[in-house]
Design a protein around this ligand. Structure first.
Ligand SMILES: C[S@@+](CC[C@H](N)C(=O)[O-])C[C@H]1O[C@@H](n2cnc3c(N)ncnc32)[C@H](O)[C@@H]1O
Length: 212
């Protein structure tokens, strides 16, 4: 793991705090209110979503491939378990290769992850595979600004720099289109701007997609 990877994990919660307080936290509440049954979360990071799940979740599997993030995630899970969160398991797995049988989850969650995975198409297909038919993918992802806008051009120009700063994050991915091209029907989606975020990662999408 690179030094920047460790610094990124150590500073993640603090770096995100103003955006969480200004609206992202409320968005997590809204989106994760639909999580129920057996739930898988990919790229769980430091575990920011843990406090946004409801008792409708009977079992939660949080996947995180990077050790510095996973260490923090495990600590948070331990604390949450003490406070009564249902069964939670931390698994070291990348979204492109999920070590679970087909159709084994009711719901999947991806928040600010499909920007970072190396192969989003493969990750989206893996999510479709592990979800039961009609299972839901809940997502919050920052995305490429609408085509032809000045911001989209800047995202394209600065993507190589942002990739380093954001520890693998691509600021110019068209993630909603990628989900719709996968084994999902997008049931509901909204576009917005993440408050108090850097302009390059302000445009975002949130919503639900149903596995075919
Ligand atoms: C920007 S953080 C998002 C963390 C958390 N989901 C959130 O909403 O705050 C991106 C996360 O994706 C993880 N990640 C990177 N590559 C991944 C991959 N191939 N599969 C799954 N997760 C990955 C990173 O380690 C990091 O924890």
């Amino acid at each position: 793991m690179s030094l920047w990877g460790r610094v990124f994990a150590a500073g993640y919660d603090r770096f995100l705090a103003p955006t969480e307080a200004a609206g992202l936290g409320a968005e997590r509440d809204r989106v994760l209110a639909d999580a129920r049954g057996r739930v898988i979360e990919i790229g769980a990071g430091t575990g920011v979503n843990l406090s946004h799940y409801t008792p409708a979740v009977s079992e939660l599997v949080v996947c995180e491939p990077e050790a510095p993030m996973a260490e923090r995630l495990k600590k948070k899970v331990k604390k949450k378990k003490k406070n009564g969160l249902a069964s939670v398991r931390v698994v070291a797995a990348s979204a492109e290769r999920l070590p679970f049988p087909d159709a084994s989850f009711d719901c999947a969650v991806s928040t600010l992850v499909l920007c970072t995975v190396d192969d989003p198409t493969r990750a989206i297909h893996e999510l479709g595979r592990v979800l039961r038919p009609q299972g839901r993918l809940l997502f919050i992802e920052h995305v490429r600004a609408p085509a032809g806008t000045r911001l989209a051009r800047w995202q394209d120009r600065l993507a190589p720099l942002w990739l380093r700063f954001g520890h693998g994050c691509r600021c110019n991915r068209s993630t909603l289109e990628a989900i719709a091209a996968g084994p999902f029907d997008v049931e509901q989606s909204t576009r917005g701007e993440l408050p108090r975020a850097a302009p390059l990662v302000r445009p975002y999408i949130t919503g639900r997609a149903v596995a075919r």
